[in-house]
Design a protein around this ligand. Structure first.
Ligand code: NZQ
Ligand code: ZN
Length: 387
């Protein structure tokens, strides 16, 4: 097991109707609030009114930044930074899915930085300070509610990049499973695939003798697989939505990578796809991940055998390691297809035109991944296999 340090300061407030605690959670941080939300789902569901009621109760002065795009854009983040500076914002409240949360984190860091917030994503600057932020999550997927990462897109240059710092962990995140009842089917599917992919990035590792991390990861996967289908059958199944929500948080709140060398190549490749084509992150991952698996599984076949047997209950009797591993990978693809996720780039309208550019961008700082170190050519091969 690798040496590690782990720190996660986010307070999780989990359960039905917990938005009722919002006022008291914000109050210590100040009364000048920037409320950040997306394209309007929170107005349709009534959550906006509940949030405003809470903010009025603490006499907050509220400024709003709405219209955060799925795959949030740098230009929108910059609008938020301007509001923070001109209005003396003391606290940022993100209400929405991962895109709203990520945009809010970038705004929080950018507001206290003299340069361009994009600098944090291209390793030109390190986040030294940030406004405090809190979240009300409405979509189970990214884990952004309990981590210090954000992904934003520079639409002009067609680049999607991440920033990260312990300073942008949410101070608190309210997770009410009922708030996810209205998530449309396709976004529920994207969320399921995203959570599973986060686990894959941390589970497929060359680090050995990590039984706790492996079983935790398998447990998150099994929970997502079972409850994902239940939530798709009945979007208002409280327990299914609750289990999905918590699994999404555990998948990327820093629990799983402790002591483990993680991979993250497939996320790197997906970000290049959605940077150019603006497809949903989960859709891109559903297309790419089984192809990454097929490309790399021989690096340590025993891990893929374990995955097939423990997660997909593949019967190993009389089969070679190769057969078992491939059955596990096929089961992954079959599950994605069963829940309605795309399997090829063609299905989401992407042809081979920009594959070289994506491979080049994904490897601009050198080979990516750790389970198998992927060169530009390897990335191109995986993209071609995904057409
Ligand atoms: O914009 P609104 O109107 O709110 O609608 C959203 C949006 O259209 C809708 N939605 C959200 N909650 C809803 C709802 N509709 C009805 N009822 C609700 N309760 O869902 C759509 C998608 O929302 P979005 O926030 O984009 O989805 P998601 O949470 O999957 O976030 C995706 C973004 O997160 C990044 C992705 O790259 C992508 O940009 N990621 C962030 C990570 C992180 N911070 O750690 C890690 C991930 O790997 C990922 O890269
Ligand atoms: Zn992801």
């Amino acid at each position: 097991m690798n040496a590690f340090e782990w720190y996660n300061p986010t307070k999780l407030v989990f359960g039905a109707d917990k938005v009722g605690q919002l006022g008291e959670l914000i109050e210590p941080y100040g009364k000048r609030i920037l409320l950040v939300y997306g394209g309007g789902s929170i107005k349709k569901t009534g959550l906006y009114d509940d949030v405003m009621f809470q903010l009025r109760n603490i006499d907050a002065t509220v400024h709003e930044l709405s219209g955060i795009e799925p795959n949030p854009r740098l230009s929108t983040v910059n609008r938020g930074i301007d509001i923070c500076r001109t209005e003396g914002i003391e606290f940022i409240l993100a209400v929405g899915g991962g895109s709203v949360l990520d945009a809010s984190k970038a705004i929080a860091a950018g507001a206290l930085y003299k340069g361009n917030v994009w600098d944090f994503t291209i390793r030109k600057a390190i986040i030294q300070d940030a406004l405090p932020l809190g979240t009300v999550l409405t979509l189970a997927a990214t884990g952004s509610e309990m981590n210090g990462n954000a992904v934003i897109t520079n639409w002009e240059t067609k680049q999607k990049r991440g920033l990260g710092s312990k300073l942008v962990y949410p101070r608190f995140s309210i997770l009410d499973p009922k708030l996810t009842y209205t998530v449309p089917r396709d976004q529920t599917v994207n969320g399921i695939v995203d959570m599973m992919s986060h686990v894959f990035e941390q589970y497929f590792t060359l680090t050995t003798d990590i039984p706790l991390q492996e079983r935790l990861a398998e447990s998150v996967l099994l929970t997502v697989i079972e409850n994902g289908e239940k939530a798709l059958e009945d979007g208002t199944d409280y327990d299914a939505r609750a289990n999905l929500l918590l699994a999404g948080t555990y998948a990327l709140n820093g629990t799983l990578p402790n002591g483990v060398t993680t991979d993250w190549a497939t996320h790197g490749i997906e970000h290049e796809v959605s940077a150019i084509y603006d497809i949903a992150h989960g859709a891109g991952l559903a297309i790419l991940f089984p192809n990454w698996m097929k490309y790399v599984y021989k690096e340590r076949i025993s891990k893929f055998v374990q995955y097939a047997v423990r997660v997909w209950h593949v019967d190993p009797t009389g089969k070679s390691d190769d057969e078992i591993a491939l059955e596990g990978i096929a089961a992954t693809r079959a599950y994605f297809t069963r829940i309605g996720a795309p399997a090829t780039l063609g299905e989401v309208g992407i042809n081979d035109e920009h594959l070289e550019r994506m491979a080049e961008e994904a490897t601009q700082f050198g080979p990516i991944g750790s389970f198998m170190l992927l060169s530009q050519d390897d990335v191109l091969n995986i993209l071609k296999a995904s057409l």
